[in-house]
Design a protein around this ligand. Structure first.
Ligand code: NAP
Length: 369
């Protein structure tokens, strides 16, 4: 299967139907990586979200500056990095391994999700995690608590799951009600079951040479997996990560560094970000700004992993909006050598990585190779 930006070339077995991602404005749903990938579900965008959509038409707006001569290639067609197809491949591999484990030692990996309150979007995320688990044979356990429950009640469930040998991964669905201390609750999850990979010990180990985290955060892990599976060499390359959030940008930069790339991190205070971005052989963008990275910011032949999921107004769409990445796709695919689409790029990988982390956890706990 090979997809080329602009003209799409597909083998018959390729799946090209882009599933509509659940578009969340970042302010409304500050989620951890595992939660973010649950943006993978097709639901109607609630009206309150529509009010904060960035007003854009279906195309990138005109470039504010003239294109640099290096990036005016007009006929180049980047290879499309098909996250949906790779995620399916990974889920198939997980299904096989889960079955092997069950047959060999009678253990089925289990993921527990705690949902507090009655937010519809959170409920949808949890339902989709459950479905994803079922699809690969992983057991899922769900606890739903009312909005007005106490922090102690949540902590009690976490403690029970920490002690439960049939649970190998624990997720607390965010956001939590405002009367709860998120840090207290997340810190209560055993590091051995922290399949989100956000525990400070996991992040600390990720940052240190010679140390291994027990889990790598799902979205950045999915970005690197895409590079690996497309045979893109990282070692010795110049990479730029746009965004430095705890859940995506920062761990993505740490991962690239572990792969021997030389990293620049661009953030909201970076002056002239395009100057850094133009230097990069590999770009990972996790900003949340629709179409921010223009074609003329990109070095010809660069590889682009676009994590951003941004709903923008689209009057031509039956839903009145569509999703775009941080990178202006139609410009970038004329300059880059490979690029992830939005949707259908990084998004599907995040949930596949959650399943992968749960399997890894079960294997480690039961010493199953
Ligand atoms: P976040 O916590 O809001 O972080 C955004 C980062 O971008 C911050 O580090 C911020 O810099 C930086 N930034 C903001 N505006 C910028 C600008 N104009 N120029 C340069 N840097 C800028 O967001 P996040 O949770 O990392 O998510 C980022 C995007 O990825 C969102 O669109 C989100 O929906 C998407 N996402 C997708 C998945 C997936 O599965 N595909 C998973 C998670 C997130 P400062 O640090 O200086 O504020």
């Amino acid at each position: 299967m090979e997809k080329i930006c602009g003209a799409v070339r597909l083998s018959p077995e390729s799946s090209t139907t882009a599933r509509l991602l659940l578009p969340l404005t970042r302010n409304l749903s500050r989620q951890h990586g595992v939660v973010s990938f649950n943006r993978l579900v097709g639901v109607r965008l609630p009206h309150r979200h529509l009010t904060s959509l960035t007003s854009l038409t279906t195309h990138c707006s005109p470039s504010p500056s003239p294109p640099v001569s290096a990036s005016v290639a007009t006929e180049t067609s980047a290879k499309v990095i098909d996250g949906k197809a790779i995620a399916k491949q990974i889920r198939d591999e997980i299904t096989e391994e889960v079955s092997k484990m069950k047959n060999a030692i009678g253990v089925t990996p289990g993921l527990a999700v705690i949902l507090v309150g009655d937010r519809k979007d959170s409920a949808t995320y949890v339902r989709n995690k459950k479905k994803a688990c079922e699809s690969v044979g992983i057991n899922s356990f769900e606890v739903r608590l009312p909005e007005d429950c106490t922090e102690q009640e949540v902590l009690k469930f976490i403690s029970d799951f920490n002690d439960d040998p049939s649970v190998h991964g624990i997720l607390v669905q965010l956001p939590l009600p405002s009367h709860m201390n998120e840090q207290n609750i997340l810190n209560a999850v055993s590091i051995e079951k922290d399949v989100d990979g956000f525990h400070p010990l996991n992040i600390g180990r990720l940052a240190m040479r010679g140390r291994e985290p027990l889990f790598v955060p799902c979205t950045p892990k999915g970005c690197i997996e895409l590079l690996h599976r497309y045979g893109i060499n990282i070692k010795g390359k110049k990479a730029v990560v746009i965004g430095r959030s705890n859940i995506v940008g920062m761990p993505a930069a740490l991962l690239l560094q572990r792969e021997d790339a030389t990293i620049s991190i661009v953030h909201s205070r970076t002056k002239n970000p395009e100057e850094f971005i133009r230097e990069a052989d590999i770009i990972i963008s996790a900003v949340g700004q629709p179409n921010m990275v223009r074609g003329n910011w990109i070095k010809p032949g660069a590889v682009i992993i676009d994590v951003g999921i941004n709903p923008v107004e689209d009057t031509k769409s039956p839903r009145g909006y569509r999703l775009v990445g941080d990178v202006c796709y139609e410009e970038a695919c004329k300059v880059a050598s490979a690029i992830t689409p939005v949707p259908g790029g990084v998004g599907p990988m995040t949930i596949a990585m959650l399943l992968s982390n749960t399997l890894i956890s079960a294997k480690r706990i039961h010493n199953f190779q």
